[in-house]
Design a protein around this ligand. Structure first.
Ligand code: AMP
Ligand code: ZN
Length: 498
């Protein structure tokens, strides 16, 4: 019997039966990337996990408005520099060129991983007026103050008067003193180190700046998600998601802003994904424990012995629950590759099967029906993809035995076989969002190998335009090792595999 959908709510730290605010409809907001450099695989893990959640909600028949923002202003580094401005300085580009370049790159990668685009993808810089209005509402509520043209949230006052702050992240305000990620230069303007900026007055060299009632400046990082989620999903909506490193301060501060500006908490259910590790350690650029999607596709990295396709990586993500850490290693990728192929092979065999003449439901029929129901139960248990996959593999072994004649087709009714074919297809392609990389055409879209090759060719062309021969040669050599030849012609670069 199918159980109703249960989700683990980070706010209550419990699994709860999911009930949307409006029957049949779901509003879901997920914090998107800060587009100042290339997304890394950790980011991809989080966005793929929410893609699977989104796909499953759609599969259940909900109309989902999925909002995922692009952070293109206000997300400061520890030294107070805006990430986008740092990107512009390093790449010698206009800030909006940086934003466009890495937004395009992010979209390319998400397409390669076959992630569905969100319903709305708002940018922080496109919502400055909404953010100014929200700052004013928080000032009017008495939980913000003005200092030298900047506006700060009065965290201490809010924490003392309302029993809200710290609930999501499980922190107490006194413990926050040492952990504030705000601009250290302006620390003395704040009444308390845990106060955070809603609006920052721009220094003369800060080029991303807008007029406001308080100063020419820019919005604080946390504000954009409060303003844009409220605008597109209402004051209260169903699901708010992001990586668990965003729980504090970002999400905690979002709750505080919504509470004071709108009088209520933004989301009923908070969903947080866990981190991607590599060889047991958190993936991080600063200590070199990182691998880019391109390096993993081509195998051009000391961390892997060969390249792995986008769908193998997606399968690897499916093999762990979104709330568990996921550890990337060469062995884990090889296992994922085998698993992905076995699943695709079983599906191919299954889709070719026809019912036996006079087949009648026997014990085997019941086993198959139970396994299909269990696969859905696993998904209804907080989107447990690894356990749903395990049920599909139990089905796959039945399918292979049926094909080889080790199990009797007579025991599987035509009705069950037809349902199995549909369920298997739905799980693999619609819910898990995998593509069959062996068929050039999958679901009417270009194969992911075509898409990834276009990306690699574009990167190589860019490298050549910049006279970066080392990168260009490295790409050619890595492709040659994977038996992929590039042919440069008048109309661009073509590729062949053989
Ligand atoms: P950012 O661009 O840093 O704001 O991150 C975009 C999303 O990726 C956020 O939801 C982060 O929580 C998530 N994220 C960052 N690093 C990792 C990681 N190593 N594993 C999984 N998710 C991550
Ligand atoms: Zn956010």
């Amino acid at each position: 019997m199918k159980t109703p959908l249960q989700v683990y709510n980070s706010l209550t730290r419990e699994k709860e039966t999911f009930t949307p605010l409006v029957e049949g409809r779901i509003g879901m907001y997920v914090c998107g990337p800060t587009v100042y450099n290339d997304v890394h695989l950790g980011n991809c893990r989080t966005f793929m996990s929410f893609d699977i959640i989104y796909r499953y909600l759609l599969y259940l028949g909900y109309k989902v408005r999925y909002v995922r923002n692009i952070t293109d202003v206000g997300h400061l580094l520890d030294d107070g520099e805006d990430r986008i401005l740092k990107g512009a300085r390093l790449d010698q580009l206009e800030p909006m060129e940086v934003v466009q370049k890495y937004t395009n790159g992010f979209h390319d990668i998400m397409r390669v991983f076959n992630a569905l685009p969100p319903s709305i993808e708002p940018r922080a810089t496109g919502h400055i007026i909404d953010q100014i209005e929200m700052v004013q509402a928080i000032l009017d509520s008495g939980y913000a103050y003005l200092a030298n043209g900047s506006v700060y949230f009065d965290t201490l006052k809010f924490a003392k008067e309302k029993d809200v702050y710290g609930k999501l992240s499980g922190r107490v305000v006194e413990d926050l003193l040492a952990e504030s990620r705000e601009n250290l230069k302006n620390q003395d303007e704040k009444r308390h180190p845990a106060d955070f900026a809603l609006w920052m007055k721009a220094s003369p060299e800060h080029i991303m700046r807008w007029n406001s009632p308080w100063s020419v400046g820019f919005p604080g990082w946390h504000l954009e998600c409060s303003a844009m989620s409220t605008k597109y999903l209402g004051k209260t909506f169903d699901i708010h998601g992001g990586g668990n490193d965003l729980k504090f301060p970002h999400h905690e501060n979002e709750v505080a802003q919504n509470f004071t500006a709108c009088g209520c908490a933004p989301a009923n259910y908070w969903l947080h994904t866990n981190m991607l590790l590599m060889n047991g350690r958190k993936m991080s650029k600063s200590d070199g424990n990182t691998i880019s999607p391109e390096e993993l596709f081509t195998g051009n990295s000391p961390h892997v012995s060969k390249g792995y396709s986008p769908m193998v990586i997606r399968f690897f993500v499916l093999q762990s629950h979104y709330r568990s850490t996921l550890d990337l290693s060469d062995e884990a990728m090889q296992a994922a590759e085998k698993g992905y192929r076995r699943l695709m092979e079983a599906n191919k065999n299954l889709q070719k099967m026809t019912p036996a003449a006079g087949a009648k439901a026997g014990e085997l029929d019941q086993e198959i029906v139970d396994l299909m129901d269990q696969a859905f139960d696993e998904m209804n248990d907080d989107f447990n993809t690894p356990r749903a996959l395990a049920r599909l593999f139990e089905l796959a072994s039945r399918i292979n035995s049926l094909k080889d004649g080790h199990l009797p087709m007579q025991e599987v009714s035509a009705e069950t076989l037809e349902r199995l074919q549909k369920v298997f297809h739905n799980f693999i392609f619609d819910i898990f969002g995998l593509l069959d990389e062996n068929t050039a055409e999958s679901n009417g879209e270009a194969s992911s190998l075509d898409t990834v090759m276009q990306l690699v060719i574009d990167i190589r062309q860019q490298a050549r335009a910049n006279k970066d021969w080392a990168t260009s040669d490295m790409i050619r050599d890595a492709l040659a090792a994977a038996k992929i030849q590039l042919k440069d012609g008048k109309d661009g670069t073509d590729w062949t595999k053989g």
